[in-house]
Every structure is written in C-alpha cells, then in structure tokens.
Design a protein around this ligand. Structure first.
Ligand code: GDP
Ligand code: MG
Length: 143
C-alpha cells in the first residue's frame, strides 16, 4: 500500500464544540500524520467552489451556510492508504449510520452538521489539497 495524502476539514460544529484536539488525536493514533494545517473562516465563494460537485443538490445552500457559519480547521493527512483510512475514521455521512467509535458517531449531531470532511478518492484529495494549500505549505514528515 502506497504512502498517500488526503484532505480533511474539522467543520464549524466541531470547532465550536472545542473538538479540534480530540479529532487530531484520532488521526494521529490511526497513524496519519498532519503535514499542513490552518484555521480559516470560509467565504461563501470558497465554500461554493469547494463543494461545486454538489451544486445541484437540494441541500447545497444549507451546506454552504453551515460551512461558512464559523471557523474551520483544514488539514492535509499523510500515511499508508490515507484516503481510505481517513474515511474509515470519519464514519458514514449520516451520524445515525456511522459505526461506533467513528468521529461522526462521536461528534456529529446530524447529517448536515457532521463534524468532519474527508476526500473520497485520490483524485479529489489532490484537487482539495490544491484548493487550500500551496505545495510549499506541505511539510514532508517522512525524512
Ligand atoms: P461526505 O463525503 O461523507 O461528506 O458526504 P457527501 O460528499 O455526500 O456530502 C457532502 C456534505 O453535504 C456532507 O458531509 C453533509 O454535510 C452534507 N449533506 C450530504 N447529504 C445531505 C443531506 O441529505 N442533507 C443535508 N442537509 N446535508 C447533506
Ligand atoms: Mg464527499
């Protein structure tokens, strides 16, 4: 299995509830290394561009309003099989369906306020990382 990078967001609900550290701890105990991170308050334009694939979905406006409602943490995670591993740590989109011990089971209140984002494939990870970080902002942790 190859070393991979994936993109992650601690969403406004989880930041507001002071769960940044608890969520980062889950990444680290699963063997994922944080190689870039910053706090941002997304503009409407940034959130709409990030979620462009969902533009036609009925929940798009609610999603953009939620994602701009307060600061988020954006980070790049690196490790073996990072994309799949992060999705596993996150749990299902709807916390009602999320397996016990996953981030969404433990920290999400509902499908629209579900604590974390994670890239769903290598291609989306590359696009999402580049959306928020320059190459120079990614710190190699493998040396
Ligand atoms: P994810 O990859 O697991 O985050 O899920 P999706 O890519 O399908 O959806 C992106 C985000 O849109 C989700 O994390 C939710 O915050 C939101 N979302 C998805 N489905 C629904 C829905 O049916 N209703 C609402 N209100 N929000 C949704
Ligand atoms: Mg998705």
């Amino acid at each position: 299995m190859a070393l991979e990078r994936t993109f992650s967001i601690v969403k406004p609900d989880a930041v507001a509830k002071n769960h940044i550290g608890a969520i980062y701890h889950r990444f680290e105990t699963a063997g994922l290394r944080i190689v870039a991170a910053k706090m941002l308050h997304l503009s409407r334009e940034q959130a709409e561009g990030f979620y462009a694939e969902h533009k036609e979905r009925p929940f798009f406006n609610a999603l953009v309003s939620f994602m701009t409602s307060g600061p988020v943490m954006v980070q790049v995670l690196e490790g073996e099989d990072a994309v799949r591993k992060n999705r596993e740590i996150m749990g299902a989109t709807n916390p009602k369906d999320a397996a016990a011990g996953t981030l969404r089971a433990d920290y999400a209140a509902s499908i629209d306020e579900n604590a974390v984002h994670g890239s769903d494939a290598a291609a989306s990870a590359a696009r999402e990382i580049a959306y928020f970080f320059t190459e120079a902002e990614l710190c190699s942790r493998t040396r």
